[in-house]
Design a protein around this ligand. Structure first.
Ligand SMILES: Nc1nc2c(c(=O)[nH]1)N[C@H]1C(S)=C(S)[C@@H](COP(=O)(O)O)O[C@H]1N2
Ligand SMILES: [Mo]
Length: 325
């Protein structure tokens, strides 16, 4: 990745950056900027993990037979393993970005059961291995845009959510799908406080859930999912704000009525059910027109539906996206 040469960085920009970057990350990039100034180098390969996309490395178990997908981004460089696994939102393990990487280790992910229930002909309680039988794992390199206005590019490994949903044979009454995260106060230090209503719950409309871009992810960078990123199985809906992409799923439920997702229940004026990435609808407390890509110095423009408009805009024809935020 190219690092902007130190002489081009105005001190006002550095001050601005301090306001929105967490302290640890600022210190890291400030160190690199200083090193660049000292050596006169514009590119410092390998100087800092936060600035170099790490090649797949043996952090966990390698996933076998992962296929490339034509639905992956090809023109944006993925964030590094280090960035993706140390800057997380996973409130079950604390509300700051570093806590999940420190505390999610306590989560016991084997064995793992996923219950599929509600409006379907074939409800079942699957062991994870059985749920994954017959699915082809694909690498899906997607943008992830948090409602807090930061973003990353992440090489997930997963498979279409639709495959699991179809297997359950949803009935005509199944209009929505609800997802629940595990709730285990013994291993999740965050759930001992009523920060959110637990278990963390999310939902999608049926046609959104069936869309080919919506995946269940079990890994990243070709390896099994790190716990802080939602092991052993999580949802990824790349055109919606990150909080829709619920982690460590234990239940999938077909419903007739729209589920009440956790963040909407917390603060309905700020977080809706749809939560499509939309640069024209600001969060009441900050702009959504731009975002900070983790590892980059300057903000970039946020794209409608997080850049996936060609694929998903038709799901919302006729809807007022300012009302249905
Ligand atoms: N169960 C659960 N899922 C969750 C969250 C959470 O706190 N709990 N945070 C969400 C938010 S706000 C974001 S931005 C993404 C972050 O995913 P990442 O940490 O793997 O980048 O996870 C989402 N899924
Ligand atoms: Mo988020």
């Amino acid at each position: 990745m190219l690092i902007k040469q130190a002489p081009d960085i105005r001190s006002s920009e550095i001050t601005d950056k301090k306001l929105y970057v967490n302290r640890r990350e600022f210190m890291r990039s400030a160190t690199v900027a200083a090193a660049a100034a000292a050596t006169g180098a514009g590119v410092l390969a390998g100087t800092s993990a936060s600035l170099e996309a790490a090649a797949p490395a043996p952090h966990g178990r390698k996933l076998e037979n992962v296929q490339k997908s034509p639905l992956s981004l090809t023109d944006e460089k993925p964030n590094s393993w280090d960035q993706i696994t140390t800057y997380n939102n996973f409130y079950e393990f604390g509300t700051d970005k570093e806590s999940p990487s420190l505390y999610a280790k306590a989560l016991k992910t084997e064995p793992w059961k996923v219950v599929i229930e509600g409006e379907c002909a074939k409800p079942a309680a699957y062991q994870l291995e059985d749920l994954l039988k017959g699915v082809t794992l694909e690498e899906r390199i997607y943008r992830l845009r948090c409602v807090e206005a930061w973003s990353m590019v992440i090489p997930w490994v997963g498979f279409p959510l639709s495959e699991v949903l179809k297997r359950a044979e949803p009935t005509g009454k199944a209009k929505f799908v609800q997802f629940d995260t595990a709730f285990d106060p013994a291993s999740m230090i965050g759930v001992r406080q009523p920060v959110l209503r637990w278990p963390y719950t999310e939902g999608l409309r049926m046609d959104e859930a069936m869309h080919p871009l919506a995946i269940l992810a079990v890994g990243l960078y070709g390896e099994e999912m790190p716990k802080q990123d939602g092991a052993p199985i999580r949802l990824i809906v790349p055109w919606k704000y990150g909080f829709k992409s619920i982690k460590s799923i234990v239940k999938i439920r077909f419903t007739e009525r729209q589920p009440l997702n956790t963040w909407q229940e917390m603060q309905a004026g700020e977080y809706g059910f749809y939560s499509n990435v939309n640069p024209t609808v600001d969060h009441p407390r900050w702009t959504q027109a731009s975002e900070r890509r983790i590892g980059e110095f300057f903000r970039r423009k946020t794209l409608m539906f997080n850049g996936y408009a060609d694929q998903v805009a038709s799901l919302y024809t006729g809807m007022d996206l300012k009302k249905n935020y």
